[in-house]
Design a protein around this ligand. Structure first.
Ligand code: HEM
Length: 137
């Protein structure tokens, strides 16, 4: 008689080498050790998720029913989540920084240039008027 084994995430994490490879798919634990060399998608991708939650990676590929049957045969037990474990199949956190970068110095330099230009114009106008008035004499 086989009873359902319960493994925590840290139990699974201990099996992350090619010779001893567990992975989690939909909160169930699978022993992929025997299957690594046979995987049509290559051993590398399985090693990448060894000892971790592979749900997203597995589903992203759109594996066939045959792949799911193989998965069933590799079942070890259920994943028992405890506090502090990574969230199940979590979305990567969205970056919030970097979108509101504003160049505040650009505005400052603009004002500076405007004042200088205004000063230069005023000086030019002053000189022009001075010239006009000396010519009239
Ligand atoms: C123990 C878990 C897994 C099993 C039993 C499994 C099984 C299979 C099987 C039978 C195929 C052939 C196509 C199909 O029937 O869908 C396949 C293809 C593939 N698998 Fe997996 N797979 C597993 C995990 C993964 C993971 C975690 C990834 C990560 C990305 C992955 C990536 C791929 C890719 C990319 C292919 C396509 C290969 C190709 O068409 O050239 N597999 N897998």
């Amino acid at each position: 008689m086989s009873e359902t084994k319960e493994l925590t995430y840290s139990d699974v994490a201990e099996h992350s080498s090619k010779k001893d490879l567990y992975l989690v798919v939909h909160d169930k634990v699978y022993n992929a050790t025997e299957f690594v060399d046979e995987h049509p998608g290559g051993e590398e991708v399985l090693m990448d998720v060894g000892g971790q939650d592979a749900t997203e990676a597995f589903e992203d590929v759109g594996h066939s029913d045959e792949a799911r049957e193989i998965l069933d045969k590799l079942l070890v037990g259920d994943l028992k989540r405890v506090a502090g474990d990574p969230a199940p199949k979590s979305e990567p956190p969205k970056p919030t920084a970097g979108t509101t970068t504003q160049d505040s110095t650009g505005f400052g330099i603009g004002i500076y240039a405007l004042v200088l230009l205004g000063g230069a114009l005023a000086f030019g106008a002053y000189k022009y008027l001075q010239l006009q008035s000396t010519e009239q004499k």
